[in-house]
Design a binder for this molecule. Structure first.
Ligand code: ZN
Ligand code: ZN
Length: 262
């Protein structure tokens, strides 16, 4: 894990005055505030987190999760959990970097709702770390972040999924699939699924997306910040498949884990 820590680089520049002050100080862990040994912020290898905080993050176990929906499982290497045996997913597979809780949830909420865009290099870097020595991404041709409807994009000012996808890809090196945001479009504004009763959830995302013909015969990896019910990603996958994609997977930074096996 120390190699991971050494390989972490500094995020996008803080405000100018703070940037100059920080050059004189050793960097602090973004989570616990501990002084990180030796390096200053001038050093491009300056880490974001101390090794204890890095190891303590809620990393998704690469073995104990359902390959289809990404939820945690009691048994290793499950292709489908009990729930996925009943549900019909349009997504072929799903994967997350972290469980959506603790610090990861806090950072995502800060990024999305409090405009803390400087967290995106850290989060993109952490997600890329979970793919070290992994070939999982190789089957995908293109990365398509989930788009925001234009009204939400205007009020937020940025698409957090695009921002995270950019920093994720930047840290992957050679195996990174290209990003194509405009291959998928949000054709109408929808309310968050978690705010709706079940019967409204089922129709809330109908025809919410449209896809360009460029997706035809491609292996597409959808990218989002969070997966809770999975219905948004699944509706996007259905739309892309109807436009002719060969396969559609989903990758998210944080997944809400349901203890369905307990
Ligand atoms: Zn720390
Ligand atoms: Zn499952």
């Amino acid at each position: 894990m120390n190699e991971f820590v050494q390989s972490l680089s500094h995020p996008s520049p803080p405000p100018r005055w703070l940037w100059w002050m920080r050059q004189l100080l050793p960097p602090l862990c973004w989570k616990c505030g501990m002084v990180l040994g030796g390096k200053t912020y001038l050093d491009p290898a300056s880490p974001f987190l101390c090794s204890d905080c890095l190891i303590g993050l809620p990393w998704t176990d690469p073995v104990y999760h359902c390959r289809q929906c990404g939820n945690l499982t009691a048994e290793p290497d499950r292709l489908r959990c009990e729930e996925c045996l009943e549900d019909i997913w349009d997504l072929d597979e799903s994967r997350s970097g972290f469980a959506y809780n603790d610090t990861i949830r806090h950072w995502i909420l800060q990024l999305k709702f409090f405009g803390k865009q400087h967290l995106s290099p850290l989060l993109g870097r952490l997600l890329a770390l979970s793919f070290q020595n992994s070939t999982w991404l190789e089957k995908y041709d293109f990365l398509v972040p989930i788009p925001l409807h234009s009204t939400r994009l205007r009020s937020r000012g940025f698409n957090q999924s695009l921002l995270l996808a950019h920093h994720f890809r930047k840290n992957l090196g050679n195996i990174s699939p290209e990003i194509h945001l405009h291959w998928l479009r949000r054709t109408r504004a929808t309310r968050p699924q978690t705010e709706l009763p079940l019967e409204e959830r089922l129709i809330n995302l109908d025809n919410a997306f449209s896809a360009l013909p460029e997706v035809r015969n491609r292996n597409i990896l959808l990218f989002d910040d969070v997966m809770t019910t999975g219905s948004t990603l699944n509706a996007a996958a259905r739309c892309i498949k109807e436009a002719g994609a060969s396969s559609v997977g989903a990758l998210v930074l944080g997944r809400k884990m349901w203890d369905s096996f307990e």
